[in-house]
Design a protein. Structure first.
Length: 294
């Protein structure tokens, strides 16, 4: 794991300038139905392989590469502020980094190198030897989206946990081991299982940012870092994530939208032990009406 990021960091080219500051975008308001809201939450956050809604729990250690420290500090400060508002402890220069942000002008080569060294793209990876769970291959769509040239791309991994951090229950099945999943109480431990985000790796191509101020870029990175959305196309039009779909991120993207803020607040207020479908329903119930507009 550590060897991968040492090698990947060697591909990152330092950049020295900050994007220009320009005016904020205006939004046109359109209503969003409850059904459409549920569809977008499920498509953006739902973990189909494990029927869960992964998120960070507790502390998050950040590692930023490729920009001068004064700019890296602004990125970290914003991540720390947003993380704190969600009840997370976000730190830097710590022992066990889990949230990696790479700034580079060689993003395609870096993504290809990561996929070459780890074809699973960390799907299902648990960084602890005790909980090791790297058992699921990345889908062709996940690999294709990660390798597709774009200004901002990312990958995420999550792993099983229960309240006291005991290993997940493993039961042999006809097609391999079956792992207890979030959504019901373990009959052995009587504990609700949960799915913890283990790694978020974000790659920003500095040559594909056009007129994007640092403050707005930091808002976008915060949505990616803490929501851990699937890398895809077809994001809700009310979210800043829509700007990550083209080859170039055309700024100014604007700040985090009401939709983005509600997505994060609902995700981190979600009670433990919910299956994906129940979690989507709960989150939709806790979206203010004003967040269903763009």
């Amino acid at each position: 794991m550590s060897r991968l990021f040492v090698g990947a960091a060697g591909l990152v080219i330092l950049c020295s300038g900050a994007p220009q500051s320009v005016a904020q975008e205006n939004y046109t308001v359109h209503g969003m139905s409850r059904e459409a809201l549920e569809d977008h939450i499920d498509a953006e956050l739902g973990e189909r392989q494990f029927d869960t809604m992964p998120r960070w729990h507790g502390s998050v250690c950040v590692d930023i590469h490729g920009i001068q420290d004064q700019f890296a500090s602004t990125v970290f400060d914003h991540l720390q502020s947003v993380g704190k508002s969600l009840g997370l402890q976000v730190s830097r220069n710590c022992r066990d980094p889990r949230l990696f942000v790479f700034f580079t002008d060689q993003s395609d080569a870096l993504a290809a190198k990561i996929e070459q060294l780890n074809p699973t793209l960390f799907v299902g990876l648990d960084t602890s030897d005790v909980f090791h769970e790297n058992k699921v291959a990345a889908t062709p769509d996940e690999i294709r989206e990660f390798l597709r040239p774009r200004a901002v791309r990312w990958l995420t991994s999550s792993a099983m946990r229960i309240a006291d951090d005991a290993p997940p229950i493993v039961m042999p099945g006809s097609v391999g081991n079956i792992y207890a999943t979030q959504g019901y109480a373990s009959f052995l431990s009587n504990e609700q299982t949960r799915r913890d985000t283990q790694i978020v790796l974000i790659i920003v191509d500095i040559n594909r940012l056009n007129n994007e101020p640092w403050g707005m870029l930091n808002e976008l990175l915060s949505v990616v870092a803490f929501a851990g959305p699937h890398l895809r196309t077809g994001y809700d039009g009310a979210s800043v994530l829509r700007f990550t779909e083209p080859l170039v991120l055309q700024g100014p993207t604007g700040p985090m939208t009401p939709y983005d803020k509600s997505l994060l607040s609902a995700l981190y207020a979600l009670p433990e032990g919910y299956s994906r479908s129940d979690a989507v329903d709960w989150m939709a119930d806790n979206f203010p009406a004003a967040s269903r507009s763009r």
